[in-house]
Design a protein around this ligand. Structure first.
Ligand code: FAD
Length: 638
């Protein structure tokens, strides 16, 4: 066994997606030594897949836009379960974060008069998504990668050298963190333990502050738009460290994933297709979304095709198309059409842009979509409709954090931002609100970690050999079994359970069944055996990821069973209505005493600040709140 490699930093950022990179830039700018650790190659994080854009109320496409309108849309999208302080910070700060990216070298698409162009997206009252064609995430990551190199170059210059100096900001790529290290269970963070994917060699990072920016959980699902990295690692790490997860029952199914051919099932078809004029149709050729506008949204959405079509050119005087209802509504609508026998040949519905825009416009606005369908499905989207259906896309739940600093309050030194953190999006996220979330809260968590480190005055917790040995034993467990379970089989079974029993539509009996099956899977996972050594061994990597996926799946199922209402990304067939009483409760998951499973408890939401509450009319709030909660709100709102 090679000697275990060791490093020491002020701040560790785990994850090199949008949130992680922005956090690292912030912590470095605060004068600290920062390591960024990521499972994939630098520049290849899941964020690069983001297509449609980054929501920010810059008001370039419609001068009526403002942070208040963005805040309102976000709260409506989340059905008022959002952490309102996060939604406020997000709406206020997103425009600055987008501008700042241009100072780093990003170049967003432009309006005719040279301002940053903004496109329509579901649930956003005005065109609001800053974008680079349909490759916005790539530009975001490319730019921040470039910024990181420029910071390294500045460090080199400050020391009188040329080139890039990695001593104060370094990326450890293809390196997976398996456990956090703490002074004692639940105590302050001391560092993290992991392995290099290529060699299987172990590595220890000592640092008093860790920012978790590990992204989502899509790989728990059978059909997903997410990349291979999205195995819920950050949530698993946080739980084991004594932190808590919030509202894990809320999982977003994006309405439009590819449904065919099977090898690409789940790959995303950006909402930008509908934002730019594409419409959903069933096998009868009917634009069915008009039949699925829920009462709470009736005032904002057109009830006929003519008005919906006029809205694209004249949003001032027309109501928007229900093709752009929030994602949870559209996903359920598609689900119902397919169930009613009006689906497409491969079990989805049709998404038609071909009959709506000229060929060259489609090619200009949606180049990636054109190539994706041409290459993967041999479909020419400029000539024929796409077949699409729901795909597991995003988790609204996540690590419970303090809004202003990203601190995971129950573990000193632990911070989280991006998709791994919970609260911001309530029960359902609006498209485009993730990229802005990454920038706003990535920065805040980096600043928060830096402020925490400053309070330590250079006295950092130590890491003992016994602690390292304990992490090493856990990581090696699957390598020393004589015979046992196969990690791939367990993963498939897990995905099938979540697909069949804790999917888009949930029922108590089925979720209970899922929990029983998950218990058995957890037991079997103790006996996973991998063959071959530790040198690039995907079976071993999966065995370790499964620990996190099983924990996350259990959180989703337990919270889904407890929440007896339907809201956003959580639909209970047996409790189809939204409940004003349930709106007052967050569900909090923590590891149980014996550390064998997860406990869930309800915890009241903080009441919204009166000036924010006043941004809504009383009659709108009455759809979500109890009478007592809005007794002081006037009918007009602001
Ligand atoms: P990620 O980008 O997922 O990055 C996670 C990082 O953590 C990676 O670097 C990974 O390697 C690392 N990591 C994970 N586990 C470990 C570990 N154990 N050890 C070390 N490193 C680890 N949102 C929008 O706002 N607009 C859009 O247009 C949009 N389009 C999307 C399109 C697609 C196809 C998908 C799937 C999502 C889209 N989203 C969009 C959502 C958005 O892309 C994600 O929510 C967001 O990118 C998540 O960013 P993140 O920084 O939190 O994490």
């Amino acid at each position: 066994e090679a000697e275990i490699e060791r490093h020491s930093y002020d701040v560790l950022v785990i994850g090199a997606g949008g949130a992680g990179l922005r956090a690292a830039i912030a912590a470095h700018e605060a004068g600290l030594r920062v390591a960024i650790i990521c499972k994939s190659l630098f520049g290849k994080a899941h964020t690069v897949m983001a297509e449609g854009g980054c929501a920010a109320a810059m008001g370039n496409a419609n001068g009526n836009d403002s942070w208040q309108v963005h805040f309102r849309d976000t709260m409506r999208g989340g059905k008022f379960l959002n952490n309102w302080r996060m939604a406020e910070l997000h709406a206020k700060e997103a425009p600055d974060r987008v501008w700042e990216l241009e100072t780093y070298g990003a170049l967003f698409d432009r309006t005719k008069d040279g301002r940053i162009s903004q496109r329509n997206f579901g649930g956003h009252e005005y065109p609001r998504l800053a974008h680079v064609g349909d490759r916005t995430g790539l530009e975001l990551i490319r730019t921040m990668q470039q910024k990181i190199v420029s910071l390294q170059q500045a460090d080199a210059r400050a020391r009188g050298n040329t080139g890039a100096d990695e001593s104060r900001l370094r990326v450890f790529a293809e390196c997976t963190i398996t456990d956090l290290i703490q002074t004692h269970r639940g105590g302050p963070v001391a560092g993290a333990f992991g392995y290099y994917r290529e060699t299987g060699n172990f590595v220890v990072f000592r640092a008093p502050a860790v920012v978790l920016a590990t992204g989502g959980i899509g790989k728990v699902a059978k059909v997903t738009s997410n990349s291979w990295e999205c195995t819920g690692d950050g949530m698993g790490l946080a739980l084991r460290a004594g932190s808590t997860l919030l509202n894990m029952e809320f999982v977003q199914f994006h309405p439009t994933g590819m449904v065919w051919p099977p090898s690409v099932k789940g790959i995303l078809v950006t909402e930008g297709v509908r934002g730019d004029g594409g419409v959903l149709k069933n096998s009868d050729g009917t634009r069915f979304t008009f039949d699925y506008v829920p009462d709470v949204f009736r005032e904002q959405y057109a009830d006929n095709e003519a008005e919906a079509d006029r809205w694209y050119a004249d949003p001032e005087h027309n109501k928007r198309t229900p093709d752009l209802l929030p994602r949870d509504e559209v996903a359920r609508a598609i689900n119902s059409e397919v169930k009613a026998g009006r689906g497409s040949p491969h079990g989805g519905v049709f998404l038609d842009i071909a009959s709506r825009l000229p060929k060259d416009e489609i090619l200009r606005r949606l180049p990636s979509m054109y190539h994706q369908f041409k290459e993967l499905a041999d479909v020419d989207i400029t000539a024929e409709p796409m077949e699409v259906g729901p795909t597991c896309h995003y988790v609204m739940g996540g690590i419970e954090v303090e809004p202003d600093t990203g601190a995971a309050s129950r573990v000193p030194g632990l911070f989280a931002s991006g998709e791994v953190a919970g609260g911001m999006h309530g029960s359902n996220r609006l498209g485009g609100n993730s990229l802005s979330d990454l920038l706003v809260f990535g920065k805040r968590s980096g600043d928060g970690a830096a402020a925490y480190v400053a309070t330590l005055k250079g006295v950092y917790p130590a890491i003992t050999d016994a602690q390292i040995d304990a992490c090493r034993r856990i990581a090696l467990a699957p390598t020393d079994k004589q015979d046992g379970e196969n990690a791939y089989e367990l993963h498939e079974e897990l995905q099938q359970i979540m697909n069949d029993l804790v999917g888009i539509i949930r029922r108590a009996g089925e979720v209970q069944d899922a929990l029983e099956r998950l218990e058995k899977l957890k037991e079997r996972a103790q006996h996973i055996r991998i063959t071959g050594g530790r040198r690039f061994n995907p079976g071993w990597h999966l065995a370790l990821d499964l620990r996190n996926m099983l924990a996350v799946a259990e959180c989703v199922a337990r919270a889904a069973l407890l929440r007896e209402e339907s809201r956003g990304g959580h639909t209970r067939d047996d409790f189809p209505a939204m409940s004003a009483e349930w709106r007052q409760q967050n569900l909090i998951c923590a590891l149980n005493e014996a550390r064998t499973g997860v406990d869930v408890v309800a915890q009241p939401l903080a009441a919204m600040r009166p000036d924010l509450l006043a941004l809504f009319t009383r009659s709108e709030l009455a759809k979500y709140y109890t009478d007592a909660e809005i007794a002081d709100v006037s009918e007009e709102g602001v």
